[in-house]
Design a protein around this ligand. Structure first.
Ligand SMILES: *Cc1c(COP(=O)(O)O)cnc(C)c1O
Length: 378
């Protein structure tokens, strides 16, 4: 059916660049939810720039709500956190290019060591420190074969660690749960057993006291047997529960502006390749955000944004800098804000919905937002 449509009113309201808003109150609420699930101290994991939402912003909100440690991958990331005045202990666990031991001591960063070679290197490097010792967590493989010392190398690791006394101080033992997305304690049992064996081996070798830590978000929420002395929570801070047992609060909102609106007749191809053709006279709006900003290019039908409280489906292919949406009956002036995702529900898609449309996990949606997208704290 062809409806008679009037030309939309085009106003020259101010356009806003695509903006990723971080919502600290949601991060705080998620930390509080974690604290009700465990008595163990919480390490807020702010790797990958705080899952894309700003490491310092996420860290400050989490610490405010009671997180007692921070976790990052690269030791160099700790510098920004210290520069922001953050004083809590920081652990870094992935340093493929080695670490600058002077910097690590100056920034007070604990280093997790995942192989015998890495530990040897660290001890050698630490000889340059006049008396200061590098604080080390021994990262044991608890069943993932992705980083962590395999059980057959533990004896050698501990021998090397003993030889490094005076240059390093072993303060922790860590593992990682391979079934992080399973809300099933029995899936964690082998890793829990391995973790206990690791702790006992390290204690027997004469080290201690130790901070033992294994669980990430999913384990923290679903399996107290994994909590040990600390839980390392990353995804949960920003509202992602890999176990999908909890609805945490989304901590991200992505907005972009309508840059152009038009009415097109039935049978109009839209976007590259004309992969979508209008089935009726349609109101279309172009939004200035595309795959260069992290909008997934491969999307299942149903992918949409919200404009004025109405869900507007994306039509045609996602371009590098723009998408086209069908606004139905809505007349959308240029400059109107579209909400790509956000926590409010209703017409506003969640990060979880975007992950389903893209056939991925919510983590890749939030960490994939491009660098030219402006950042704001809401
Ligand atoms: C990313 C990561 C975490 C946090 O995992 P989430 O599921 O995001 O909470 C914890 N520990 C290690 C070693 C990690 O790499």
């Amino acid at each position: 059916m062809t409806t008679a449509l009037t030309t939309p009113r085009l106003t020259l309201s101010r356009l806003h660049a695509p903006t990723l808003h971080t919502l600290p109150h949601a991060i705080a609420a998620n930390v509080e939810r974690m604290r009700s699930a465990t008595d163990a101290p919480i390490m807020a994991v702010v790797k990958a720039d705080g899952y894309g939402l700003g490491a310092v912003t996420v860290a400050l909100a989490a610490i405010d709500a009671g997180a007692q440690w921070l976790g990052v991958t690269d030791a160099g990331d700790a510098g920004d956190l210290r520069d922001a005045g953050i004083e809590v202990p920081i652990l870094a666990w992935l340093n493929p290019a080695g670490v600058d031991v002077m910097q690590v001591v100056a920034d007070r960063v604990d280093i997790a060591v995942g192989s015998v070679d890495e530990l040897r290197q660290l001890i050698a490097d630490a000889s340059s420190l006049a008396g200061a010792r590098v604080r080390v967590h021994l990262h044991m493989d608890t069943g993932m074969s992705r980083g962590g010392v395999p059980v057959e190398d533990w004896a050698e690791l501990l021998r090397v660690a003993r030889s490094g006394r005076g240059r390093i101080e072993v303060v922790g033992v860590m593992g990682h749960l391979p079934c992080a997305d399973a809300a099933d304690p029995s899936a964690n049992a082998p890793a829990v057993l391995r973790m206990r064996q690791a702790r006992d081996a390290v204690l027997r070798a004469g080290f201690g006291p130790l901070i033992v830590h294994l669980a990430a978000t999913s384990g923290a929420l679903t399996d107290p047997a994994t909590h040990f002395d600390m839980v390392r929570v990353g995804a949960g801070l920003v509202g992602i529960d890999p176990s999908e047992t909890e609805s945490l609060q989304g901590a991200a909102r992505l907005t972009a502006s309508v840059v152009h609106s038009s009415i097109v007749p039935t049978g109009t191809p839209v976007g590259y390749g004309g992969s979508y053709v209008t089935e009726r006279a349609s109101r279309l709006s172009v939004i200035g955000v595309g795959y260069a900003d992290g909008i997934p290019r491969e999307l299942a039908p149903g992918a949409a944004v919200a404009i004025d409280g109405i869900r507007c489906p994306i039509v045609g292919r996602v371009s590098m800098d723009q998408i086209v949406v069908d606004t139905g009956e809505l007349v959308v002036p240029r400059g109107t804000t579209a909400v790509v995702f956000g926590p409010e529900g209703g017409a506003v898609p969640s990060v979880q919905e975007w992950a389903r449309w893209a056939g991925t996990i919510p983590h890749t949606i939030v960490t994939g937002i491009g660098s030219r997208v402006e950042r704001a704290i809401a």
